[in-house]
Design a protein around this ligand. Structure first.
Ligand code: ZN
Length: 472
């Protein structure tokens, strides 16, 4: 570090969550007297105050704007807490579909976290907090630039889930791109992430899959449908634990089409057990115009909404569900912490004909992650006994995060001067950092040098940007 640093050239980055971990994403950028906060999530493996980012480490009163990348809980679920229970008084922005889904999602989150909790130790905020803060959230369109007191920002498509965006920010001539969670693969309903038109000085980038490489999308779909079909032929039941919104809709599109193409399956029940999924289906039906060409064409040519499924039925709860013979149930929560997916797992775990098919990303410390190690017994949520586990476990990632090839290609196209890695467990993030450093090794100590940082939570990173010109 240079001893005689001009303070005004310094960018300060504070990682309050999502540093060397997946969960509770929250990052703060300070530059030229402006303060921007990126995302406000919770950590799905913890509850109550322990699930929050380290908000005590920063004076939230200083924050000018808070940008939310997408509706997933690990990026948005502590927002009502920030707006109602801290000194924060800045402006909050998110895209229209994100805001539409956020309302339903978080009121479900309030309900789930307050179940069986008499002293409110795991409730971070109430439904009233949610309502009171909701109207102060400003919805934005993709590709339209907004200026707040010298900070300019634009949202670009990020793939991943409906409404997800990347933010390109400009403060005092310095350009910063924050990817949030993003995907570059073309799927059935979303536009893949775009490469923004301006080169950023700093890229803040997710690193979920580190240096791992995904299967091709066709291979993944084929493996998913054949695993399901074979299990049904062997009289087994299939549990697909998914987060209620986002990737669940993609899986539903795949299965509805597969059922249409395979008449032998027409008597096999296929269900989604989530009131939240049902409630938000209208949001999906409404925002078809923000999805990709394929699904919009389908919508126009068939004159029917692709999110009105022909073969998939919704069930309100498990009391109404005739659990006889082979079937497929898509249930939340995706990480099997509690609720319907956990109840079905415990019920179906002893039978070796059954299959649990994991399609999302499993965070450290959750039942989903535990299952991937194929334990012989699993703990029951209620009571103290354990359950024998003979159910088969398979994992096919439909998590819609970039893999190493897609991530490093994107970084090459974006061509940033510095990179900060966030949203990844230590090991995959460390491997990604090494791979990037060796890729850019040839530029070391030249003008083209690319710096890569992987800060931990509560780390304060100072990066110097000399000679940034302010465009008038
Ligand atoms: Zn996400």
């Amino acid at each position: 570090e240079d001893k005689f640093v001009d303070e005004s050239d310094l960018l300060k980055f504070h990682c309050l969550g999502g540093g060397n971990e997946v969960g509770r994403s929250c990052h703060i950028i300070e530059y030229k007297g402006k303060t921007v906060m990126l995302d406000a999530g919770i950590h799905p493996a913890y509850s109550g105050m322990a699930s929050l980012p380290f908000y005590d480490e920063f004076d939230l009163e200083k924050v000018d704007i808070l940008l939310i990348s997408h509706f997933h809980l690990d990026h948005a679920a502590s927002l009502p807490y920030v707006m109602q229970h801290t000194k924060f008084k800045g402006r909050v922005f998110m895209t229209h579909p994100t805001k539409a889904i956020y309302r339903w999602l978080l009121s479900d989150f309030v309900r789930v976290t307050s179940i069986g909790d008499n002293n409110n130790s795991s409730t971070l905020y109430t439904d009233d907090d949610l309502t009171d803060s909701y109207d102060r959230i400003e919805p934005i369109d993709y590709h339209s630039t907004i200026e707040v007191d010298g900070i300019r920002f634009t949202a670009y498509h990020a793939g991943h889930v409906l409404g997800a965006c990347m933010y390109l920010l400009e403060i005092g001539g310095l350009k910063i791109l924050f990817t949030g969670d993003y995907s570059r693969e073309k799927d059935r309903h979303l536009n893949p992430a775009e490469v923004p038109p301006h080169r950023p000085d700093l890229l803040i980038c997710e690193s979920t899959f580190g240096t791992a490489v995904h299967e091709q999308i066709d291979e993944k779909e084929l493996r998913l449908t054949s695993l399901i079909h074979n299990t049904i032929n062997n009289s087994g039941k299939i549990l697909l634990p998914v987060f209620a919104l986002g990737r669940a809709q993609e899986i539903l599109l795949i299965l509805d089409q597969y059922w249409a193409e395979n008449p032998d399956l027409k008597n096999i029940g296929i269900f989604y057990a989530s009131n939240l999924t049902r409630k938000c289906m209208s949001v999906y039906q409404t925002y078809i115009n923000m999805m990709n060409d394929d699904i919009r064409k389908k919508f126009r040519s068939q004159n029917s909404n692709p999110f009105q499924f022909k073969y998939i039925k919704s069930i309100k709860n498990l009391d109404k569900f005739d659990d006889l013979g082979p079937c497929v149930v898509i249930a939340s929560p995706g990480m099997l912490q509690n609720g319907v997916s956990r109840e079905l797992l415990e019920r179906w775990a002893p039978d070796e004909r059954n299959l649990v098919l994991m399609t999302g990303y499993s965070v450290e410390g959750t039942m989903a992650k535990n299952l991937l190690s194929e334990p012989d017994i699993i703990p029951a949520v209620k009571g103290s006994e354990s359950i024998t586990r003979r159910i088969k476990i398979e994992e096919i990632s439909f998590a819609a995060h970039v893999d190493f090839n897609q991530n490093s290609k994107f970084i090459e196209l974006v061509n940033p001067k510095s990179i900060i890695l966030v949203h990844g467990e230590s090991n995959p993030m460390g491997r990604l950092k090494s791979a990037l450093l060796s890729k850019y090794h040839k530029f070391k100590n030249t003008k083209k040098e690319v710096k890569v940082y992987n800060p931990r939570n509560c780390d304060r990173l100072h990066i110097q940007f000399k000679g940034i010109k302010i465009a008038k």
